[in-house]
Design a protein. Structure first.
Length: 652
């Protein structure tokens, strides 16, 4: 009997039993193929296959690096048809070797980590991560800490990232997740006032506290979308903590009367439901941001003392986390109303948001928040073509610069400028600099990670864009918009099956999320399922009752199905839409419709017009799959050069 430090790899074929019951011959063929791949790969990486249990295996390696590289090679080979749905877990620990095999705590941990994985995934323990983190060919992403069966302490788990590899989503990991001590969720504060208008005010207090806490390095803060899912629900904070994977939950109430406000706040340990602190604040409305700052610093002080690693410089508890944006509470409420509309991510909602932002600016032109909100909403409309670029982007630029003049320290201000630089100025170096300033000021903001991923996508850095979206979803797991955007990111890295899962997850959360339905159509197209794609796009038309929805998408599918007359008729429908809505920029729509019916010269004519009109969506030309047929055309390269994108982006 020998005890030694060993890297242990567990594998398991998902769904093997059901497959054998349905088709015994195919099930055994899959198992045999898996075994052949494992035998060769394990031997090539210096490992030894010790145990085989039906469709599961246990192997040991002298090196954690070799174990992980072996796992990557196994998943790469099994991803080809017929695909074998294998999940893998790797751990490094002290185990006992004897004539019967290996045993010990390390073996148990490896097996439990494997059970957290998903088909096509490789999960590794924190110990393995420490040994492979400096290996350039191995990239990972932290998934947090998990309570593993028969393991005394929470175990840190990382997912291996790479082409074709799958990372488990936050929903599937929720049940086993250990509450992260360095994390907090801020639930929407309850409006105790008689005036329902104060609902925006109480929500705004919760939101400002969330924003303040995202500025604290080392503290994971659940984003607004996810924490606000619990609004109006009377759920046990221990259950909420488990679902969001946080160590603490802040809840409270707001009562506003006259010129005074009373705010109560309770920080609760999500593990046992005990209060960490409970305070009441009676203040004048002119002190509202000071009160928010007091609450945020109290939370950080409690968590910093017990959970966060000490840092150099002034203690977080003694520095301001909340800027004193305005003393005009009516202006602040108008801003919050605009923000509520903006978060719906729809053109009509963005227009309503702009109205509220503009009213807020009229009431207090020295508050930075509505200026940054105005810039972002205008950029959104300009990028979609719902406002002419010459109208939307100059106003957005002015608003973004004004926000920075008023509050250079706010991540929102730098984010607003970054989006203008990306979608209008096409100054990609400046956009990169502004995105990183936003990230440095609000490292825990899911919105910053989300929009930065769009920048990376435009630059052709598709794998990095997917990783940024995974980080955004980890911060805001209950956001259907982020779930959808992660699905889009997976499409660009050719993880079509993963993209399908993400988009369906977004639609489960919000069946009316049109952007997700549109992406679902393109996912069917990516698999050559043109009837399904057309049906999905047509369903958008049927549900909205708007014949002008997704016209070029339908034309593209009709052409692929050989229904050319109907595809050409889509061009007539576009012409009618242009006459009825002259304010829309439809150049990209016309370009795609002409491409669908084989009129390439007209396609490039309209793409050129889109560049002339500064249509923001042209920054995604190189990565959008529907333009694949013309990517090698010199005229396409010329368009990219005009925008300032490297031609290499067109050849991922």
């Amino acid at each position: 009997m020998v005890r030694r430090l060993t890297a242990i790899m567990f594998t398991d074929m998902v769904g093997f039993t059901a497959l054998v019951q349905e088709d015994e011959r195919q099930g055994r063929a899959h198992r045999d193929r898996q075994r052949r791949v494992l035998d060769v790969a394990i031997a090539e990486h210096g490992g030894k296959l010790l145990e085989v249990h039906g469709d599961g295996t246990l192997s040991v390696f002298p090196s954690a690096v070799k174990a992980v590289l072996c796992a990557i090679e196994i998943q790469r080979q099994l991803a080809s048809e017929p695909r074998i749905p294998l999940r893998i877990g790797v751990h490094s620990g002290d185990v006992v070797h004897d004539e019967d095999g290996v045993f010990g705590d390390g073996v148990n941990v490896a097996a439990r980590i494997q059970s957290l994985s998903v088909p096509g995934g490789i999960l590794i323990s924190g110990k393995v991560f420490d040994e492979v983190k400096n290996q350039p060919e191995i990239r990972t992403r932290s998934l947090g800490e998990f309570n593993l069966k028969n393991v005394k302490r929470p175990t840190e788990v990382h997912g291996v990232v790479g082409p074709g590899l799958v990372i488990p989503d936050q929903t599937s990991l929720a049940e086993g997740r250990a509450r992260c001590g360095k994390s907090v969720a801020v639930l929407p504060f309850v409006n105790m006032s008689s005036d329902p208008e104060n609902e925006f005010f109480s929500d705004g207090i919760s939101e400002e506290i969330i924003n303040a806490l995202t500025r604290v390095n080392g503290l994971q803060v659940t984003a607004r979308t996810s924490s606000f899912k619990y609004k109006g629900l009377n759920q046990d904070v221990r259950q909420i903590g488990a679902e969001l994977g946080v160590g603490a939950v802040l809840e409270g109430s707001v009562r506003k009367a006259g010129g005074r406000v009373r705010i109560t706040a309770q920080l609760i340990d999500a593990r046992d439901g005990y209060h960490l602190f409970s305070e009441a604040y009676d203040r004048g409305l002119e002190d509202i941001f000071k009160t928010q700052d007091e609450i945020a610093r109290s939370i950080v002080a409690r968590l910093e003392t017990r959970l966060l690693e000490p840092r150099g410089g002034p203690a977080t508890a003694t520095r301001s986390l909340v800027a004193h944006h305005t003393h005009n509470t009516e202006a602040y409420t108008e801003y919050l109303k605009g923000l509520a509309h903006w978060r719906k991510w729809a053109p009509e909602s963005a227009r309503k948001a702009i109205e509220h932002y503009e009213r807020s600016i009229e009431m207090d032109p020295h508050c930075a928040l509505p200026h940054s909100g105005l810039a972002t909403a205008l950029t959104f409309l300009g990028a979609l073509g719902h406002l002419p670029g010459g109208v939307a982007f100059p106003r957005a630029t002015e608003a973004a610069h004004r926000a920075l003049e008023l509050e250079d320290s706010a991540g929102e201000s730098h984010l607003a400028l970054a989006t203008v630089k990306l979608f209008y100025d096409w100054d990609f170096d400046a956009a990169y600099a502004s995105f990183h300033k936003a990230l440095s000021r609000t490292p825990g903001s899911s919105e910053v990670h989300h929009l930065y991923s769009l920048y990376l996508r435009a630059m052709g850095e598709y794998a990095a864009a997917a990783e940024e979206m995974e980080a955004a979803v980890q911060l805001d797991p209950l956001s259907p918009i982020l779930q959808h955007s992660l699905g889009q990111a997976y499409l660009w890295v050719d993880r079509v099956d993963d993209a399908f899962r993400q988009v369906h997850r977004a639609l489960d959360m919000d069946p009316d999320l049109r952007m997700a339905s549109e992406t679902l159509g393109w996912l069917h197209a990516a698999k050559g399922e043109w009837e399904e794609a057309l049906s999905t796009f047509q369903n958008i038309v049927d549900r909205t009752g708007d014949p002008y929805k997704v016209i070029p998408n339908r034309a593209y599918c009709l052409a692929k199905l050989g229904r050319m007359d109907e595809a050409r008729a889509m061009g007539e429908l576009l012409e009618r839409r242009r006459r009825e809505h002259p304010d829309l920029s439809l150049e990209m729509d016309f370009a795609l419709q002409h491409l669908a019916v084989g009129e390439t010269d007209r396609t490039f004519e309209y793409l050129g017009r889109a560049v002339d009109r500064r249509v923001g969506a042209v920054v995604f030309l190189a990565c959008a799959p529907m333009w694949g047929d013309i990517r090698s055309d010199p005229r396409f390269h010329a368009i990219l050069t005009r925008v300032g994108l490297p031609v290499s982006v067109a050849n991922p």
